[in-house]
Design a protein around this ligand. Structure first.
Ligand SMILES: Nc1ncnc2c1ncn2[C@@H]1O[C@H](COP(=O)(O)OP(=O)(O)OP(=O)(O)O)[C@@H](O)[C@H]1O
Ligand SMILES: [Mg+2]
Length: 724
C-alpha cells in the first residue's frame, strides 16, 4: 500500500483569499503616488479603517439588542421577522433562486440552493431535482399552513442516497440565512436586578422563543389587528404558542413584584437578534439514537438540574430545569432525526406529538410550545424491516415521506465522483479518461429496472435517460420508461461503494503513475464478495454481469477514440480523399487515371473505391449513385468557384477516416506483436497518435500507451467490429 496522499492545500481556500485581498494600494496608477511612501501608507490606513467600520456595522447588526417596543416596531416594519420556522426555511431556499427546464416533457424546477453555492459546491446534490422539488413543495405548503407543518418530514431512500447531505445543507442554510438581513430573527432575555445590587442578572429564554409570545393571550387579537392593519394578508403577523415554563415563571414573579403592571414587567425584557448555530446548539438540533435500550427522553426534552434544586427548593421549579433537550434547543429552526426509525417507541410518540401539536412535554412540566421543522431520515432496509410493525402505522399516518433515490442519470452520477477525483485533488496519480465514467455507468446500471420492451437493452435505457437519442425513441417513450419503473433508483449500488473502490484503486501500489477503468472495475468486482448489503447470490451474479456490459462499452469507447486519434491526420485523409475523387471522376467519365509514378494511364482502382465505400455500408448496387452524387456536388461547387473539401460531406469524411484507420491500425498491431523491433517510421506514427490522445483526449503517456496496446490487442484478436 502507498502511504496516504500528501495533504493538498485546499484550492478553494486559497482562491478565496486571493479574491478578497484588496487591490494593491497604488495598483492602478503604477509607481508611487505624488506624496511618495507617506501618502501610500496613509491610504492603506484609510482602507483598513473602512474595512473595520464595515465589520463593526455587521457586528452591530448581528448583536442588535433593544426593548420590547423596539422589537415590535421592527416587526411592524418587516413582518417577515416574525415568520414561523417553516416559512423561514422555505424563504431561505427560494432566496438562492431557481432555474427551470423541461425534461422528457416535464417542467422541472431546480433550486440553486442545493448546489451549495455558499460552500463552493462541496455538498451539492446532483440529479435529484424531482425529489427535491417534492421536498420544497412540502416546505411551501407548511409555510402556508396547509397541513404539512404538522408532519414529520421523512427522507427515505437507500443507503448513501444523500439524505444526510440534504439535511446538512438545510441546517447550514438556516444558519447562514439567520445572519442575513432577510433571514433575521429575534428572541429575548430577562434582565433582573439582584437584591444584593451589582450587575443585573441576564436570563435568556432557554428556548429562544419569539418575543411576541410575551403579549398576553387575551390581548393578542387586538394587538394583531393593530399591527396587521396595512399589511397584505399573505405577510400578516401571527403569534403561535405561549411562553415556555421558564419564561412563564419569570413573568409570574415579575407580575407579583409589579402588581400586574404589564408595562413594568416588559421593561425587564431585552429583545435580541438570534443567530442559529448547530455548534452553539441554537435553533439547530440533531438527534441520533444510540442503542435501542439506552435512550432517555431527557435527551429530547431536557432534564432536571439537580444542583439547582436546593437553590429553588423544588424540582418542578423551571429555574431548576435545563431546557436543553434537542427539541428545546432546536426551537425556531430545524431538528434532524438521524435514523428516525431506530427511535425507541416511547420517543416515537414524543416525536409525533411534537410534529402534530407543535408541543413537547418536558418532565414535570406542562406541554410546551415549539416552532421547528422536524426532518427525519431513514434508509430503505430499515424502513422495509419496520413495514410490518404496527407502530409504523402511526408513524406513516403522521409523516410525509419523500423518496430520495439514487441518481439514474449517468452525467449527474459522474459529477459526484469528479468532485473528489479530479486532477486538482488527486496529485501524483493520473486518472485515465473514462475511469470515473465507467464506474458511474456501472452504478447507474445496477439501479435501473430492466425495460419491459425486450428489444431495449439496459445500457440503451441508461443512454436514453442520459438524454442521448436512439432511433425510434421519443421523449414520450422515455417518459413511459420512467413511469413503468416505479422503484427505480431505490436499489442498487451506492455512491459510497464507488467512492471507496476508486480510492482503493488510487492507493494500491502498482508501480504505475495512473489508474484506468480496468483497475477500478477490478476493485468493484472484488468488493462484491464482501459487500455487506448483498446477501443474494443472484444479485451478485447480476452485478458482475453488468460489469461485463460496462467493460464492453468501454472497449467500444476506446476503440472509437483510438480510431479517431489515428485518422485525425488531416493531410493523410486529404491525400486519400483526392486519390478517391480522382478515381471516381475517371470511373464516372469512363476515363483512365494517370499514375503519378509510372506516368501511365491505369484503369480506375475499383478496390480502393470499394474499400472506402464499404465503410459506410454502400452496397455494390448503390455505388454508381453515390459516386455520381459526389461528382455532381463537386461540379456544382466548381461552378461557384469553390473547391471541394472532404469535410463538406459527413458520410464521405466518416468513410475516409475509417479507411485511414484500417490502413493504420496494422501499424499498431505490429507494435504489440513485435514490440521489441519497431522500425523508426512506425514508431513515429505511433508517437503522433499517442500525442493526439494526450493532447485531445486527456491521457497521460502511460495511459495512452495502455489504450493503444489494448485496442491493438482487440484488433489482433480479430474480433474487431468497426462501428460509428
Ligand atoms: N445525488 C447526489 N448528489 C451528490 N452527492 C451524492 C448524491 N447521492 C450520494 N451522494 C454522495 O454519496 C455520499 C453519501 O451521501 P449521504 O451520507 O448524504 O447519504 P445518506 O443517504 O445519508 O446515506 P445513509 O443512508 O447511509 O445514511 C456522499 O459523499 C454524498 O456526497
Ligand atoms: Mg445518512
Amino acid at each position: 500500500m502507498l502511504p496516504a496522499q500528501p495533504p493538498n492545500p485546499l484550492p478553494t481556500a486559497s482562491h478565496g483569499r486571493s479574491k478578497t485581498s484588496a487591490a494593491p494600494p497604488n495598483g492602478s496608477r503604477g509607481g508611487l503616488p505624488p506624496g511618495g511612501l507617506d501618502e501610500m501608507t496613509r491610504k492603506i490606513d484609510v482602507q483598513s479603517v473602512v474595512a473595520q467600520l464595515q465589520d463593526t456595522e455587521t457586528f452591530r447588526e448581528l448583536s442588535w439588542e433593544g426593548s420590547f417596543q423596539e422589537y415590535v416596531d421592527l416587526v411592524a416594519g418587516d413582518p417577515k421577522v416574525a415568520r414561523t420556522s417553516f416559512q423561514r426555511l422555505y424563504d431561505m431556499i427560494l432566496s438562492y433562486g431557481v432555474d427551470e427546464y423541461i425534461d422528457s416533457k416535464k417542467r422541472i424546477v431546480h433550486y440553486r440552493f442545493f448546489d451549495d453555492p455558499d460552500n463552493g459546491g462541496r455538498d451539492a446534490v446532483y440529479g435529484l431535482d424531482l425529489p427535491l422539488m417534492k421536498l420544497v413543495n412540502v416546505f411551501k405548503s407548511a409555510a402556508k399552513r396547509y397541513g404539512t407543518e404538522r408532519r414529520v418530514i421523512l427522507l427515505h431512500g437507500p443507503v448513501g442516497s444523500s439524505k444526510s447531505t440534504i439535511a446538512r445543507l438545510l441546517k447550514r442554510g438556516l444558519e447562514h440565512y439567520s445572519r442575513t438581513h432577510d433571514g433575521r430573527l429575534y428572541s429575548f432575555a430577562w434582565v433582573i436586578d439582584r437584591p444584593e445590587g451589582g450587575e443585573p442578572l441576564v436570563a435568556p429564554c432557554p428556548m429562544n422563543e419569539e418575543p411576541l409570545h410575551l403579549i398576553p393571550l387575551d390581548v393578542r387579537d387586538r394587538f394583531l389587528e393593530e399591527i396587521n392593519r396595512n399589511i397584505p394578508r399573505e405577510d400578516q403577523v401571527t403569534i403561535e404558542g405561549d411562553l415556555c415554563p421558564f419564561c412563564r415563571c419569570q413573568f409570574d414573579e415579575l407580575e407579583r413584584r409589579h402588581e400586574g403592571d404589564w408595562n413594568r414587567i416588559i421593561d425587564h425584557v431585552r429583545t435580541r437578534r438570534l443567530l442559529l448555530s448547530e455548534k452553539d446548539r441554537v435553533g439547530i438540533g440533531t438527534f441520533q439514537p444510540k442503542d435501542e435500550k439506552n435512550q432517555d427522553s431527557t435527551e429530547l426534552t431536557g432534564d432536571i438540574n439537580y444542583r439547582k434544586i436546593a437553590e429553588y427548593g423544588s424540582e418542578s421549579d423551571p429555574r431548576a430545569f435545563n431546557f436543553d433537550g434537542e427539541f428545546n434547543i432546536a426551537n425556531r429552526g430545524l431538528i434532524e432525526f438521524v435514523e428516525v426509525l431506530k427511535l425507541d417507541v416511547a420517543f416515537l410518540y414524543d416525536l409525533l406529538g411534537a410534529s402534530q401539536e407543535h408541543r413537547i412535554k418536558p418532565k414535570k412540566f406542562a406541554q410546551t410550545d415549539i416552532d421547528e421543522v422536524i426532518l427525519g431520515h431513514t434508509n430503505e432496509p430499515e424502513y422495509r424491516k419496520l413495514q410490518k410493525n404496527e407502530y409504523m402505522e402511526a408513524l406513516r399516518d403522521r409523516t410525509v415521506k419523500i423518496d430520495i433515490p439514487y441518481i439514474t442519470k449517468l452525467s449527474e452520477e459522474i459529477k459526484i465522483y469528479l468532485k473528489d477525483y479530479n486532477p486538482a485533488k488527486i496529485r501524483g496519480k493520473h486518472i485515465a479518461p473514462h475511469t470515473v465514467e465507467t464506474a458511474a455507468m456501472w452504478a447507474v446500471l445496477t439501479r435501473l429496472e430492466p425495460p419491459k420492451k425486450a428489444e431495449l437493452t439496459l445500457l440503451q435505457k441508461l443512454k436514453l435517460y442520459d438524454g442521448k437519442s436512439l432511433p425510434g425513441y421519443t421523449d414520450d417513450n422515455v417518459r413511459e420508461l420512467r413511469k413503468e419503473s416505479e422503484r427505480e433508483g431505490m436499489d442498487g449500488i451506492s455512491p459510497r461503494y464507488i467512492q471507496d473502490k476508486i480510492s482503493n484503486a488510487l492507493v494500491t501500489e502498482t508501480g504505475r503513475n495512473s489508474i484506468n477503468p480496468f483497475m477500478v472495475m477490478n476493485e468493484l468486482e472484488a468488493g462484491l464478495k464482501h459487500h455487506s448489503l448483498i446477501d443474494d447470490e443472484d444479485q451478485r451474479r447480476q452485478y458482475r454481469e453488468l460489469l461485463g456490459v460496462v467493460r464492453e462499452e468501454y472497449e467500444n469507447i476506446i476503440k472509437n477514440e483510438v480510431q479517431r486519434a489515428i485518422s485525425s491526420d488531416e493531410e493523410a485523409v486529404e491525400r486519400l480523399c483526392s486519390n478517391y475523387i480522382d478515381n471516381v471522376k475517371a470511373y464516372t467519365q469512363k476515363e483512365k487515371v494517370r499514375n503519378p509514378y509510372t506516368g501511365r494511364d491505369d484503369e480506375p482502382d475499383e478496390r480502393l473505391m470499394r474499400s472506402i465505400e464499404e465503410k459506410i455500408d454502400i452496397p455494390e448496387s448503390r455505388k454508381d449513385d453515390f459516386r455520381r452524387e459526389i461528382m455532381n456536388y463537386i461540379g456544382a461547387l466548381a461552378l461557384e468557384g469553390k473547391k471541394f473539401n472532404y469535410k463538406m460531406n459527413a458520410r464521405l469524411q466518416r468513410a475516409l477516416e475509417l479507411k485511414m484507420f484500417e490502413d493504420q491500425k496494422d501499424t499498431i498491431k505490429l507494435t504489440t506483436l513485435v514490440s521489441s523491433v519497431v522500425d523508426k517510421s512506425t514508431q513515429e506514427k505511433i508517437d503522433i497518435v499517442k500525442s493526439r490522445l494526450i493532447n485531445n483526449y486527456g491521457y497521460d503517456d502511460e495511459s495512452a500507451t495502455d489504450v493503444l496496446n489494448y485496442v491493438a490487442s482487440i484488433f489482433a484478436r480479430g474480433d474487431a467490429t468497426e462501428q460509428g
